[in-house]
Design a protein around this ligand. Structure first.
Ligand SMILES: Cc1cc2nc3c(=O)[nH]c(=O)nc-3n(C[C@H](O)[C@H](O)[C@H](O)COP(=O)(O)OP(=O)(O)OC[C@H]3O[C@@H](n4cnc5c(N)ncnc54)[C@H](O)[C@@H]3O)c2cc1C
Length: 441
């Protein structure tokens, strides 16, 4: 023996080819890569698809804009011609109540608008930006497994006989969650086992609606719908329901989408006079948390670190936020490995806090009383602005904000117990009158 430590994986004693390897070139991976490359770190991004690739999720919130500006990509996004999003509207399917929320009415808003995006273009801009920032991007390259050792990682890719070595790996593989699955870290939420069916429609004539840029969430009895306008008269429309309910329908995804839209006048009016230009997609979008986001030589970001129901458009924001934080964290760890524990703890706290905030909101969304309170806003203690801020991606910062949010959830609880704080809603559309049915036949 020459006194050197025994090697766990002899093949890994070769020097790392990269400081960081990233699995997945979605928003989380592209942002993490851009951050690290801008610090001069050597980064490789593995992406199994060829970009631009399809991905669902068109509605964004303003909280991502600071990161996009910091990594120098915001200007490219501004020039891409996406629709400006001022806020959203929540509507009860019975038609009796609706409430708009505007990002400009949040507490001290830094950004008053966000974007309604076409994901193919948006994700492609982010990945190309990572490339032009200095990342090596290997598309159509699927990572199949990761080997860990004391001094690095080796990534084995489909079709490649030799592994790629890096000092650290960031798993940004989205809901495939390569590492969280391998380490069995995922925990699902039984009350959020949802199923989505969705597609894309082209308006047949130009709309003059000044409120075209809003995301609309229409809450039915056992399902809710999104209507998201995208640029050039395109609209994304989807329905989310319990998986069990979808199975009971015994319909194909296309039949289920058509049937559920047809039953909801508040949704139907958006697809009248449009032509569907994409197939109908179906996705099980089960929310899940991940118990641990960091470990020896690895870190998780984006959907790979947790996925919360899409109702409040939080996914892209969490991906961009955690992508930036993961990049910052590994940059500081590469500079000073002695700080790993502190840096990892800080990362876990920041990301889990945001996921928890959206988990609470999304769980509340599926209760009748939350919608009833939300659709009858009453101004007190600046509650509307504070709730708006939380929806915009800013968890309560001060004690006062935390207390006001606690009061908001208390009012929701009281409404659930008494049903007397605000008018109750049925979420059931009125049966169409005979002449309306005649007009549609
Ligand atoms: C029905 C539905 C509607 C949604 N609507 C919205 C919305 O309106 N607004 C919003 O903000 N969010 C929405 N989301 C969530 C949003 O789409 C995601 O949160 C977001 O895409 C997460 O980004 P990401 O980079 O973590 O993962 P992804 O965008 O999924 O990117 C992961 C990438 O990793 C690649 N990959 C996976 N495995 C491997 C591998 N082994 N090797 C190499 N590459 C790999 C994939 O090809 C993919 O390109 C919605 C989600 C669903 C299911």
């Amino acid at each position: 023996m020459d006194g050197r430590p025994l090697l766990l994986y002899p093949s890994l004693r070769m020097p790392s080819q990269f400081d960081v390897a990233i699995i997945g070139g979605g928003p989380a991976g592209s942002v993490a890569g851009s951050v690290l490359a801008r610090y001069g770190r050597s980064v490789v991004i593995f992406e199994r698809e060829k970009f631009p690739r399809f991905q669902v999720g068109e509605s964004t919130i303003p909280a991502s804009l600071d990161t996009l500006q910091r990594i120098g990509v915001k200007e490219k996004i501004d020039q891409a011609g996406f629709l400006t999003k001022d806020g959203g509207e929540i509507v009860s399917a019975c038609g009796g109540a609706r409430a708009k929320f505007f990002f400009r009415n949040a507490l001290n808003p830094r950004w008053k608008t966000a974007y309604q995006i076409d994901r193919m273009t948006f994700d492609d801009i982010l990945l190309r930006h990572a490339q032009s920032s200095g990342c090596e991007v290997r598309e159509e390259t699927r990572v199949e497994s990761v080997e860990f050792s004391a001094d690095g990682v080796a990534l084995h890719c489909k079709g490649s006989p030799t592994p790629t070595r890096a000092a650290y790996v960031i798993d940004c593989s989205g809901r495939s969650s390569l590492l969280a699955n391998r380490f069995r870290l995922k925990e699902s939420f039984p009350h959020l086992k949802k199923f989505s069916v969705y597609s894309y429609y082209q308006r047949n004539s130009k709309s003059n609606d000044p409120e075209d840029g809003y995301t609309r969430m229409i809450r039915g009895n056992d399902a809710w719908f999104w209507v998201i306008p995208i640029a050039d008269g395109k609209i994304s429309v989807g329905v989310v329901m319990d998986l069990e309910r979808f199975n009971q329908l015994k319909l194909s995804p296309e039949e289920a989408l058509n049937r559920t839209i047809e039953e909801q006048p508040e949704v139907r009016k958006w697809v009248e006079n449009t032509t569907r230009y994409m197939p109908v997609f179906a996705t099980a979008d089960f929310s899940y948390a991940v118990r641990q986001l960091t470990g020896e030589r690895w870190i998780l970001a984006g959907d790979a670190a947790g996925f919360i129901d899409p109702v409040f458009s939080s996914g892209i924001y969490i991906a961009i936020y955690s992508g930036e934080k993961a990049g910052e964290t590994l940059n500081s760890v590469l500079t000073d490995p002695g700080q790993t524990g502190v840096a990892y703890r800080r990362y876990e706290r920041a990301v889990q806090k945001r996921l928890a905030s959206y988990l609470k909101l999304s769980s509340a969304w599926y209760t009748k009383e939350f919608i009833e309170i939300f659709l009858h806003p009453r101004e007190m203690l600046n509650m509307v602005a504070i709730v708006n801020s939380v929806l915009g991606g800013n968890p309560p910062r001060t004690l006062r904000e935390r207390l006001v949010m606690a009061l908001f959830y208390f009012l929701v609880y009281l409404q659930g117990r008494t049903g007397k704080l605000v008018p109750q809603l049925t979420f059931q559309p009125e049966a169409p009158r005979a002449e309306e049915i005649g007009a549609r036949i």
